[in-house]
Design a protein around this ligand. Sequence first.
Ligand code: SF4
Ligand code: SF4
Length: 78
Amino acid sequence: MMEKKKKTFRCVIRSEECKGCERCVEACPRGVLKMGTKLNLMSFPAVEYAGSGCIGCGGCFYSCPEPGAITIVEEVEE
Ligand code: SF4
Ligand code: SF4
């Protein structure tokens, strides 16, 4: 019998690419993104991932105007 592998997702923010527009925060159905308080090198507050709860829907990725600011990582537990 094949064992079902568990998939989890993680949102990785490249803070130096973020312009702080909050589109991803508004797009996230799980509320796991929020604006951080630290400013990046361009003096924008970068968004932060809560660390868990991402379902990999891609809403943040597709709403972000900055190429490379958001990556969704899929992990498969053996
Ligand atoms: S992929 Fe979906 S659930 Fe995960 S952080 Fe982005 S918008 Fe939220
Ligand atoms: S949508 Fe992109 S640029 Fe805007 S806050 Fe989110 S990560 Fe930053």
